[in-house]
Write a protein of this length. Structure first.
Length: 405
């Protein structure tokens, strides 16, 4: 039986001295510190002195997946799908890949949505609403279905076929609208229909305060396998995963299980990179023009303050990655048996861009290659190959591929 949550309150990242009760979740950022230009997120605080001493034992007697970490998560009121517990694959000596494609909907978003859907259940909402054309929407729809809630997804017309299939399988209400219309319409659904928002509502990104807490479990799992790595490279859009990984390691240090936090590297597409712009300009968040990139899952015109906190507190950096670098990393992962979405290869691409780092490093890979937009648009790779059902034809094809007798 998993332990109960030790969550106590919500704390402003804009001013840590500003706190609010745990309920209701403040999904529009901190009302005290936010301004018209910058919305400051909130995080969840816990009764750390009550954390079970064996929580990080290698073979705990408690639940699996996120339920294992229940004391350090918001209340998990919604049933789970076995999210978390993903493998740490050693790509080469000292370089590990945390493969989040092994989650129930093939992405890291399942960790976030177990927490946000649980919040919706706890406040008695009839359903959830999300603005997403990718992993977030697919995951939100799955956890809503699991929890007996309706799910409304504001999506774009360019939604990948795999995501579209996920959404309709889970009976989500899918509303394709222009990109800039998604958030105003989402706010109206929240205000007039009473649905609980599980994605961002603010000008600069805040998102749901409970969501990034689920991502802390990535750090917990890494720690139980290899301890504290020297660095972690994280594909970064809004920075929620980035923040969760950093906070998880910061909590391990706070609880006395380690004496340091790894450097955390935010890996952004060079076509936008708002976090890098914010860090460079000394701002809490930044708005940038978005160029052309196939890394649709992590490209964003705006950042949030969480990412600035992580880069500053961990001694990491925000890295800018071209699609060429991302494709090279995606191909390298495929050669190792890991097929990832292009955006998911950003972690490894980030590592390759900075060179060797002493000590173990972890590259987070966020989702499956099935999620790429290009998958359904491409003909099968074998479609141009004609092989007669006789040995000489097979032999020629094998020799052409470099396989010889």
């Amino acid at each position: 039986m998993a332990d109960a949550s030790l969550a106590t309150l919500q704390r402003s990242l804009g001013d840590p001295d500003v706190t609010y009760p745990l309920w209701p979740p403040l999904t529009s950022g901190c009302p005290t510190t936010s301004t018209d230009d910058v919305a400051y997120p909130l995080e969840v605080d816990y009764a750390y002195e009550q954390v079970p001493t064996d929580l990080f034992a290698a073979r705990p007697a408690r639940g699996v997946g996120l339920d294992r970490w229940a004391p350090l998560l918001p209340p998990l009121a919604a049933p789970g799908l076995g999210e978390g517990g993903t493998p740490l694959v050693e790509l080469e000596p000292g370089v590990f890949v945390k493969d989040e494609s092994r989650n129930p909907t093939w992405s890291h978003k399942d960790r976030l949505n177990r927490c946000t859907t649980s919040a919706a259940v706890s406040v008695g909402a009839p359903g959830i609403v999300v603005a997403s054309s990718g992993n977030h929407g697919a995951s939100a729809a799955a956890f809503a279905a699991r929890g007996g809630l309706r799910c409304v997804v504001f999506a774009s017309l360019e939604m990948p076929p795999a995501v579209d299939a996920f959404l309709h399988a889970y009976d989500a209400v899918v509303l394709p609208v222009p990109w800039e219309a998604r958030w105003p319409l989402m706010r109206l659904v929240v205000e007039r229909m009473g649905l609980h928002p599980v994605s961002n509502l603010t000008t600069t990104h805040t998102g749901h305060p409970f969501g990034p807490e689920g991502y802390k479990s990535v750090a917990y799992e890494i720690f139980t396998e290899i301890g504290v790595p020297e660095a972690v490279f994280v594909p970064t859009g809004y920075g929620e995963l980035l923040f969760g990984v950093w906070k998880g390691f910061a909590e391990l240090r706070r609880l006395g299980h380690s004496d340091r936090v790894p450097r955390i590297f935010a890996c952004e597409p060079a076509a936008a990179a708002p976090l890098a712009a914010a860090v460079r300009q000394g701002l809490p968040a930044a708005h940038v023009e978005v160029g052309v990139t196939d890394a649709y899952s992590i490209v964003s015109a705006v950042s949030g303050y969480r990412g600035v906190v992580v880069v500053r507190e961990s001694g990491g950096r925000a890295l800018l990655l071209t699609d060429q670098r991302l494709r090279a990393a995606q191909a390298e992962l495929a050669r190792a048996g890991l097929w990832t979405e292009l955006s998911s290869a950003a972690g490894l691409a980030g590592l390759r861009s900075v060179g060797e780092i002493d000590g173990p490093v972890v590259c987070v890979s966020t989702s499956s290659g099935f999620k790429d937009r290009s998958v359904a648009a491409q003909p099968p790779a074998h479609s141009a190959l004609v092989v007669e059902p006789e040995w000489e034809s097979v032999r020629r094809a094998l020799r052409a591929a470099g396989i010889r007798e």
